[in-house]
Design a protein around this ligand. Structure first.
Ligand SMILES: [Zn+2]
Length: 190
């Protein structure tokens, strides 16, 4: 074996099978049907204040190195006519996290899907991710995490709405107080 290991020793014999199983699970988002996930959980209501689901844990795989990136996702939207059952928001995050991803795309996909499904007045998604391809490979950014955001509709157009959201997801001094345009660190691809 190229790594200098003996692939026949006890601990490794079944490893290819286990890796395959793990990868199937970690990429099961490809087979997930967003409509099925949201089925029966879209409700028409007379409510147009901000809805926030914050601190959603996620685990994903960077598509460049197949190493995990993980962290927290915060989602907000302002309903126009419909709301999504609150418990479905973390499920939606999971659908897009369980794929080979880059954080920027995952952030956009979550936001765009909510826009598509309920046509809200605005959607905001902020993702804070730690990337093992940065912290494990000796890249000198061991404690850094990547911050990405997608702001649509009212969150893009109105600074006050955006600030209110960012203020509400602030926690223990670790979260953003403001986001520059296109904030975020790309996965290191060398
Ligand atoms: Zn990577």
């Amino acid at each position: 074996m190229e790594l200098g290991e003996n692939p026949d020793r006890e601990g490794l014999v079944r490893t290819p099978d286990r890796v395959e199983q793990a990868l199937r699970f970690l990429t099961s988002g490809y087979g997930a049907d967003v409509d099925a996930v949201l089925n029966g959980a879209l409700f028409t209501v007379d409510y147009n204040e901000m809805v926030i689901v914050k601190d959603i844990d996620f685990y994903s795989l960077c598509e460049h190195h197949l190493l995990p990136f993980f962290g927290r996702c915060h989602v907000a939207y302002i309903p126009r006519r419909q709301v999504i059952g609150l418990s479905k928001i973390p499920r939606l995050v999971e659908v897009f996290a369980r794929r080979l991803q880059i954080q920027e795309r995952m952030t956009n996909q979550i936001a765009e899907t909510i826009r598509e499904k309920i046509d809200p007045l605005g959607v905001a998604v902020v993702v804070e991710g730690t990337h093992l391809c940065m912290s494990m490979r000796g890249v000198e950014k061991q404690n850094s995490f990547a911050l990405t955001s997608a702001m649509l509709g009212a969150f893009r157009d109105h600074a006050r709405t955006r600030m209110e959201f960012l203020e509400l997801i602030k926690h223990r001094g670790a979260a953003p107080t403001s986001l520059p345009e296109g904030a975020g660190l790309a996965c290191v691809t060398d």
